[in-house]
Design a protein around this ligand. Structure first.
Ligand SMILES: [Zn+2]
Length: 505
């Protein structure tokens, strides 16, 4: 049994959360649930990045205060908890959480103590959306590669962080996998970024450009700590850095693994800036960064202007939590963007959940009810007819464990559906209805049908256990149908509804 500290990135969002945000929450939640089910001690956290300049701009545009604005954004994210079936242990709001500011100040002071800040005048092209200076050759037709917007020319005197000092150390940590970056294509991307040469980055902003929003630089109140320096700090301030030493010791320093789940657009901050800041401050590093790809919607990048930024809560209201979670974990590719469409969600839910797993559970429970009055027979030691099914069940735990360890949710989900497929094949081959007829009409021994039914109940119970990280709502329903480990099944009831395309609104 290990101890895991697992995080999502903390987004700042101009508008409602969309399926792209939901993907990261669901992936992280499934990973944490898997570890918990395996018996590990897990703390899983998410939150919102409040101190970004974009929040100030968003608030101004709506004529409200930044505090009101970030509270509303956070409320929208917190409200995803129920529709997405999330079980996070902690939610940090960086502007108002009393744990955050003292921790960030301590982090800054530790880097300053190390001699890693110096003052410099700088002019550069700044994307407010990314909160990042771009060099002209990184832009695409003069525009931010992430946002497609023209960056602002910004000139000011700031505190710079000596990132260049950590170039060799970072390269060594990442190439040796002591700081593991998954998948391997992203590891190579980070290594080549480091090999191109790391430049010191501006770690503060003038108070006037930040409009007075953010954490002032300790000892220099005319400057505000750069929002990324501040935001990345959430990973240690929430578990207790600078505010609760015992908690920080438990969840960060003494954990077996510290895992960050992030989107590909912010890899540089997490795989380069962040570990360098921790090295400077003398704080233990994360050990794994999993980088997910993006979702597109109907073939297009998801954005408010494209009108395809569908609210995940609306999708769940139209279908259900199981269908959305299952699509995200079962269909989204580990490399390359995946297109979200309603049709894909419906198809996947009907094929895997209603027709495969749901059908197996329903026919199993119905047959035990009909042929054995609900009493589950004991599993037969030998059952030659069930060899393929038993093989799928025996292989599944190792496959699922390896897949989760590699953040390959799709492969883990496939191992679960493989059990369902074999289970349904077994029913067709064993023909329990013929065995029941033979008992009734020819007085055949009940042993053959007992063996089949027992095998199927055991299979459905396995499915419930394996589905727990994927479908926290449905897994207990399946277990309950199969008698929750007791001697009798429940009355049969469909576990998964068949989904139909929603009528156009
Ligand atoms: Zn940008």
């Amino acid at each position: 049994m290990g101890r895991y500290f697992v995080t999502t990135a903390i987004p700042y969002v101009n508008g409602k959360p969309h399926v792209g945000h939901a993907l990261e929450l669901v992936e992280t939640d499934a990973f944490a649930r898997y570890l918990r089910a395996r018996g590990d001690e897990v703390r899983c956290q998410t939150g919102t990045d409040d101190n970004a300049l974009k929040n100030v701009q968003g608030a101004e545009a709506e004529g409200i205060t930044p505090t009101e604005y970030v509270e509303r954004v956070a409320a929208r994210f917190i409200s995803l908890r129920e529709p997405l079936g999330l079980a996070f242990d902690d939610f940090i709001k960086t502007s108002s959480d009393p744990r955050h500011r003292p921790g960030v100040e301590k982090l800054w002071a530790a880097c300053a103590e190390r001699g890693d800040f110096y003052r410099k005048s700088y002019a550069g092209l700044y994307c407010v959306g990314c909160e990042l200076f771009y060099s002209p050759d990184e832009l695409v037709d003069g525009r931010c590669p992430e946002h497609g917007t023209v960056p602002d020319l910004v000139e000011e005197s700031n505190w710079f962080f000596r990132l260049s000092r950590y170039q060799d150390q970072l390269h060594e940590l990442i190439s040796s996998d002591r700081l593991r970056i998954e998948p391997a294509t992203r590891k190579r991307e980070v290594l080549s970024f480091i090999e191109a040469g790391l430049e010191d980055f501006s770690a503060s902003r003038s108070m006037s450009r930040a409009r007075g929003w953010g954490i002032p630089v300790p000892g220099d109140p005319d400057q505000v700590i750069y929002v990324w320096f501040d935001a990345l700090g959430n990973y240690i301030t929430a578990p207790g850095y600078g505010n609760d030493d015992a908690s920080f010791q438990h969840w960060w320093n003494d954990s077996d693994a510290r895992v960050h789940v992030i989107g590909k657009g912010i890899i540089r901050f997490h795989a380069v800036y962040w570990p360098a800041m921790l090295l400077s401050a003398g704080v233990r590093l994360p050990d794994t960064i999993f980088v997910h790809e993006y979702l597109t919607a109907d073939g297009m990048k998801i954005s408010k202007s494209a009108g395809n930024a569908e609210d995940p809560a609306d999708i769940v209201a139209a279908f259900n939590t199981d269908a959305l979670r299952w699509w995200m974990l079962r269909d989204v590719a580990r490399s390359g963007d995946t297109d979200y469409t309603t049709e894909r969600l419906i198809t996947r839910a009907n094929e895997d959940l209603a027709n495969n797993i749901g059908n197996l559970v329903n026919r199993t429970v119905s047959m035990v009810k009909r042929y054995r009055d609900g009493v589950i027979p004991p599993v037969a030691a030998d059952n030659a007819g069930a060899a393929a099914l038993r093989a799928a069940r025996e292989q599944a735990p190792a496959t699922i464990d390896a897949a989760f360890t590699a953040f390959d949710f799709r492969r883990a989900a496939e191992a679960v559906t493989a059990i369902g497929n074999e289970g349904n094949r077994y029913v067709e081959a064993a023909r329990p209805w013929d065995l029941a007829k033979a008992e009734r009409k020819e007085g055949a021994s009940p042993a053959a049908l007992d063996a089949v039914l027992a095998e199927l109940v055991a299979t459905c119970r396995d499915l419930a256990a394996h589905l727990t990280p994927f479908l926290p709502d449905a897994a207990p329903r399946i277990a309950a149908q199969c008698g929750d480990g007791g001697p009798r099944v429940a009355d049969p009831a469909p576990v998964f509804p068949r989904l139909e395309a929603a009528a156009p609104a």
